[in-house]
Write a protein that binds this ligand. Structure first.
Ligand SMILES: Cc1cc2nc3c(=O)[nH]c(=O)nc-3n(C[C@H](O)[C@H](O)[C@H](O)COP(=O)(O)OP(=O)(O)OC[C@H]3O[C@@H](n4cnc5c(N)ncnc54)[C@H](O)[C@@H]3O)c2cc1C
Length: 451
């Protein structure tokens, strides 16, 4: 009997999954394998681990309905996969774009020889396939987006009816309570729920106090939903649908960018900003990470990150900007912190967005665009509902005072039970002064150095 092995890594679904489809149509039996790679497992925070464990459980249940099991092994994939592939004619997986995954997959491929077969599946178009007229990678989003939209979709294989092997190996790792209901059916339902709201997306998407976005980022990260499924279901006329497809393309852009420029995992895409004189201030970093900066919109974001691992894009941007521009702390420190805590934490997305906020990355976000944490709060959380939820000690303050409590009259603070310095911290820095210092530090980094 011909046997294939499918190595599940991120695409934790059976539908719209090219590696799974190819294996189930090429063979009579498939082994469905997930390798708990200690490098990735230990590097993930509890939110992502809990969600991953829950998704693996759901995938195992889907496979049981087909008469098989998800086989789980722990270890270095470069050793585990060849051992598990004994007796398998071919090994199938969907490729990814991060430097770590490329190194890991090259090692596995090397060990397997001709038996390894990589498929796309993580993105609508695989990284490396959307190029300029000269065959170069795009560095700017808008032309990338045009090329990405007009490129025809490569065909993906149709699934077959192979039997699924039933040995569960070490079994699915234990995990705590996940943020969202696990599995591809639940993810499909989340997409359907969002489609009820998609027409309002372009007006609502910047409001963290409302449920205006899809919250599909973790499903796209774990691959409990396929990017093409999302693109196909959302595609259509209307401002909301168009705005959403554009965001989906940002996800693709950052993956393509990291695949083309792997050094940007750690280094500024614009080399002139490698020389910014970042401050090493552990107390300020801790205040930021723990949501004690005294800027309520920033603190709400950082507390939501710890509590549930998902943060709306607007407060993500403002909190990241605060670390880099107001505290002048290296974006890489913030990037590491986010990657650990985010349930959707993904190297390509996280690095791309941090570099965008820091003004060191691709595209036209200039370094001198500095988010003002007070005006951002006033504009995008006008009633203060988002802050009230995550910074409950300020809940008694009315808007607009809730976004700048240090400016509120004493009677308003008294009435809300807020004592600055006791129940809630005063601002860690003066935003206007910090902004000026950041601009000077960026300017200095660009000035030619004396020989
Ligand atoms: C500093 C910083 C770090 C980030 N780190 C991550 C990360 O590790 N993983 C991650 O998935 N997203 C990251 N983002 C992007 C963005 O904040 C989230 O994708 C978004 O908030 C997810 O919510 P949603 O699914 O409701 O988004 P929606 O508004 O519904 O957008 C739909 C989908 O489009 C994609 N998308 C939306 N905005 C962006 C964006 N700015 N960049 C790339 N893709 C986008 C996501 O896949 C998202 O699920 C980061 C943003 C910032 C500012």
């Amino acid at each position: 009997m011909s046997r294939g092995l499918v190595w599940f890594r991120a695409d934790l679904r059976l539908g719209d999954n090219p590696a799974w489809a190819a294996a189930t149509s090429d063979h009579e039996e498939v082994v469905a394998l997930f390798v708990v790679d200690p490098v990735l497992w230990e590097g993930s925070g509890s939110h992502r681990r809990d969600q991953l464990a829950a998704h693996l459980g759901a995938l195992d249940r889907s496979l049981q309905r087909r008469g098989g099991r998800l086989r789980v092994r722990r270890g270095d994939p470069a050793r585990v996969i060849p051992a598990e592939a004994e007796g398998a004619a071919r090994v199938y997986w969907n490729g990814d774009a991060t430097p770590y995954s490329l190194r890991r997959d090259a090692a596995v491929l090397n060990a397997l020889g001709f038996r390894g077969e990589e498929h796309p599946g993580r993105y609508v178009h695989p990284p490396g396939s959307v190029l300029t007229g000269e065959g170069a990678p795009f560095r700017v989003f808008t032309p990338f987006f045009r090329a990405w939209q007009s490129r025809p979709w490569d065909p993906w294989p149709e699934p077959g009816t192979a039997a699924v092997a039933a040995d569960p190996g070490e079994g699915v790792p234990a995990g705590g309570r996940p943020l969202v209901e696990p599995g591809e059916e639940a993810a499909a339902q989340r997409l359907e729920d969002f489609l009820e709201r998609v027409d309002g997306y372009s007006e609502e998407r910047d409001r963290p106090d409302r449920a205006g976005t899809s919250r599909l980022s973790a499903d796209l990260k774990f691959g409990t939903i396929g990017p093409r499924t999302v693109a196909l279901r959302v595609d259509g006329p209307g401002e909301g649908r168009r705005a959403f497809i554009r965001q989906l393309a940002w996800r693709e852009f950052y993956a393509h960018l990291l695949a083309a420029f792997p050094e940007t995992r750690r280094r500024a895409m614009r080399p002139e900003y490698e020389g910014v004189a970042w401050r090493r201030d552990d107390d300020a970093f801790a205040a930021w990470a723990e949501g004690r900066t005294g800027y309520p919109f920033v603190d709400a974001a950082m507390r939501q990150l710890r509590a549930e691992g998902w943060v709306h894009n607007r407060p993500r941007m403002v909190a990241a900007s605060f670390l880099v521009k107001d505290l002048l702390i290296d974006w890489r420190r913030g990037e590491r912190h986010f990657l650990r805590w985010l349930v959707d934490g993904d190297v390509a997305q996280n690095v791309g967005n941090w570099q965008w906020v820091a003004g060191t990355g691709a595209d036209a976000a200039p370094y001198f665009r500095v988010f003002n944490p007070v005006t951002q709060g006033l504009r995008f959380d006008p009633d203060g509902a988002y802050v009230r939820r995550w910074v409950p000690e300020l809940a008694g303050l009315p808007a607009p005072a809730i976004h700048a409590p240090w400016e509120a009259p004493p009677a308003v603070l008294d009435a809300a039970g807020v004592v600055l310095g006791t129940t809630y911290p005063p601002p860690l820095v003066d935003h206007a002064e910090a902004r000026a210092a950041a601009l000077e530090a960026y300017e200095a980094a660009k000035r030619p150095r004396p020989a």
